[in-house]
Design a protein around this ligand. Structure first.
Ligand code: SF4
Length: 693
């Protein structure tokens, strides 16, 4: 029934008998009534508290703004939920190319939301309803709550409140803070009276703020624009406070210079961004209450017949917990959800599984029983007082904290209970598994035994022939910047994986993920990666270039060139040429990397590479600085200008032949021409306009 969903139109509001709304949410994603979609979570949370709430999914931001006007003015506030992903990450690849589809839009369409919907939607709402508060939520606003680097515009941008004109940001997971705002506004309080609410960000004149010893005053936005080191220094505080149990308030002036990082009992004269500390992690009862809301678990009926890719991916999966204590430098989970794990109860999880198995196209297979990391469920510090005083961004790096309880038994208990349901044929674990937790040797033998049992059950019962894990690199230097464990642990885990497969008569694969061009990574590190993985028999598939997303340690290193914790300089491959050069090492087994053909017109600065174990040894790159005439090399007399893209030699110990790759201009196709090495050099010598690096 239409009334089982939150209303999206005036007619649907009328079906509920609502003539006025308390809150109207504008969402950059399609409306899927599911606990993985932020607008649905916030809408259902407000509804359960008695507020009349509607969602306008993917409003048209062109023309007369009728989508923004159609539900009128809400009694309390407009909420903006730009989407489950940052809009720019959702739209573009690491190379700033358009992704094949928008995973959160019907039929994957790209034209359903603008870039930076937070800014676009707010400006429209403030133009139409200047006196109605606009409250921002979602990843895009949460991770742009302070001066941040924006990769897509290649610029340092201030807190998104400054660019959007919104009144407030709710960062992190939004249930408690949104309810607190709704309650305060419905009690008749003004926005300026809401400044004590945790987990909000607001702008205020410095003269209205009193700095206390508990506050941290960051370098101003203006100073960060001038001084990258100031930006790096700021980030350390931002990350530490995002991961503390009892965080301090952060204040960032917009203008001015040389504020001390702790000013006491004084006032600032410039406008400031104020970031209140977050709420403590949700209790099990609180997180259960959120997941137990009456979600329909399907897209709104308006999308009938349409495919929403992200929904297709998660419709048979269940999220068991929030938070991640891995602290990987390139990841934003802890900046949004924090490092402390908030767990659902077994009963709540089973209730949700019982709903999933009733979906019409459920065939008995759950695609994921997961979380930000699959196997952190139920884990916490043994001495909670120590955790409450801790500001480390990771409980696993540089080594597993001795205070961390790594018992997997609670998680195993849930897997067993789910698998015992008659409708479930198999439950898969699709979320990333931290194998360093499985290999960790705790002083508690029960934890060690549960980790061994988990490993065996994972491999024998919960994967479909392949287990994907994320060593991310092989070089200890790079792994240290990434805050990931040594690659030695991957060897150890692979040995266990292979042994269990052998014992069980299975032929499954362990697939590693890797990242190129991460800060701290040089070509020699990539050459080592290619060499080691080749020796292990891998032809890599699960690889990606580092994407500098807002508010990660790695992004700050990328932009500032400093490690925020040591303030030591860090090298980063930044240009397309440098990044491509690193990426190519993943594909040593291809004649000429796809990306190379498309993107590299000149290899002039490409260092020669020598991978002793490669099947095909690249002996050098040959390129022409101009199109050459078709009579130069016999066999390519097409009368069409051609350009040599690359040359490589296949080699199993000794040089046998050289492959020249030519591409017709314009790019109709690629022609490969094999010639003997002497001919190659003779041809090149006669041409006289090549470079050999
Ligand atoms: S004390 Fe150890 S287990 Fe607790 S939060 Fe800090 S690093 Fe994590």
């Amino acid at each position: 029934m239409l009334t089982d969903f939150l209303p999206t139109t005036k007619k649907e509001c009328e079906l509920r008998g609502w003539t006025e709304l308390d809150v109207i949410l504008f969402s950059g994603d399609a409306y899927v009534d599911h606990p993985s979609f932020g607008a649905a979570v916030i809408g259902r949370t407000l509804e359960a508290a008695g507020y009349r709430v509607a969602i306008v999914p993917q409003p048209d931001w062109h023309g007369d703004y009728r989508d923004f006007k159609k539900l009128g003015r809400p009694r309390l506030f407009f909420g903006i939920s730009p989407g489950a992903m940052d809009s720019m990450v959702n739209k573009y690849t690491a190379n700033r190319r358009l992704r094949s589809e928008d995973a959160y839009s019907p039929d994957g369409r790209h034209d359903c939301r603008p870039e930076y919907p937070t800014i676009v939607y707010t400006k429209i709402l403030k133009q139409l309803f200047p006196d109605v508060p606009v409250i921002l939520g979602g990843i895009e606003a949460s991770l742009r709550r302070v001066t941040h680097y924006d990769y897509w515009s290649d610029s340092l941008r201030p807190c998104i409140l400054c660019e959007s004109g919104a009144d407030m940001i709710t960062y992190g997971m939004g249930e408690k803070v949104t309810l607190a705002i709704a309650k305060a506004l419905s009690e008749g309080k003004q926005l300026s009276e809401l400044r004590d609410i945790p987990q909000i960000v607001y702008l205020a004149p410095g003269s209205e703020l009193t700095i206390t010893p508990d506050d941290i005053v960051l370098h101003s936005h203006e100073q960060c624009l001038r001084d990258k080191r100031a930006q790096a220094e700021n980030f350390r505080h931002v990350e530490e406070e995002s991961n503390k149990y009892y965080a301090q308030r952060l204040i960032q002036p917009l203008e001015g210079d040389n504020y001390q990082l702790s000013l006491v009992n004084c006032q600032l004269s410039t406008p400031c961004v104020v970031i209140n500390p977050p709420y403590p992690p949700m209790t099990t009862a609180e997180i259960d209450a959120s997941f137990d809301l009456p979600y329909q678990r399907v897209p709104h009926p308006k999308y009938k017949g349409k495919r929403i890719p992200a929904y297709e991916m998660i419709k048979f999966s269940v999220n068991l917990h929030r938070g991640c204590f891995g602290g990987c430098a390139f990841c934003t989970i802890s900046a949004h959800q924090g490092k402390f794990i908030a767990c659902r109860s077994k009963e709540s999880i089973l209730r949700e599984v019982k709903q999933v198995v009733k979906l019409p196209d459920f065939k008995g297979y759950l695609s994921d029983l997961g979380g930000p990391s699959a196997n952190m469920y139920g884990m916490h510090g043994k001495n909670l007082k120590a955790c409450e005083a801790c500001k480390k961004p990771s409980c696993l790096h540089p080594r597993v904290c001795p205070n961390l309880m790594t018992d997997h038994s609670a998680l195993l208990d849930i897997y067993h209970a789910v698998d015992a349901l008659p409708e479930v044929k198999k439950s898969f674990i699709g979320s990333g598994v931290r194998y360093d937790l499985l290999l960790h040797h705790s002083d508690d033998e029960k934890s060690n035994e549960s980790a061994r049992q988990y490993t065996r059950e994972l491999i024998t019962r919960h994967i479909s022939g392949r287990l994907k894990v994320a060593p991310e690199h092989t070089s200890d230097t790079v792994l240290n910047y990434m805050r990931k464990p040594s690659f030695q642990l991957f060897y150890d885990f692979k040995r266990i994986f292979d042994r269990i497969n052998k014992e069980e008569g299975l032929r499954q694969q362990l697939i590693p993920y890797f990242i190129s061009s991460h800060p701290g990574c040089r070509e020699k590190d990539m050459a080592q990666l290619a060499d080691l993985t080749k020796k292990m028999g891998y032809k890599l598939e699960q690889v990606q270039d580092f994407t500098p997303t807002p508010m990660t340690t790695a992004t700050e290193m990328f932009y500032t060139g400093y490690d925020p914790y040591t303030l030591e300089p860090v090298f980063t491959a930044k240009t397309q040429k440098e990044k491509l050069a690193q990426r190519q090492y993943f594909f040593w087994y291809k004649d000429a990397p796809q990306s190379s053909r498309k993107e590299s017109h000149s290899r002039r600065e490409q260092p020669s590479r020598k991978d002793a174990s490669s099947h095909k040894k690249v002996i050098g790159m040959v390129y022409f600085t101009r199109t050459f005439s078709p009579f130069c090399i016999p066999g390519i007399h097409f009368g069409i200008p051609v350009m040599m893209r690359s040359a490589s030699a296949s080699n199993d110990g000794k040089m046998e032949r050289t492959i020249l790759t030519f591409e017709m201009l314009p790019s109709f196709s690629t022609i490969k021409l094999a010639i003997t090495r002497p001919s190659f050099f003779a041809s090149c010598a006669s041409l006289g306009y090549f470079m050999f690096s």
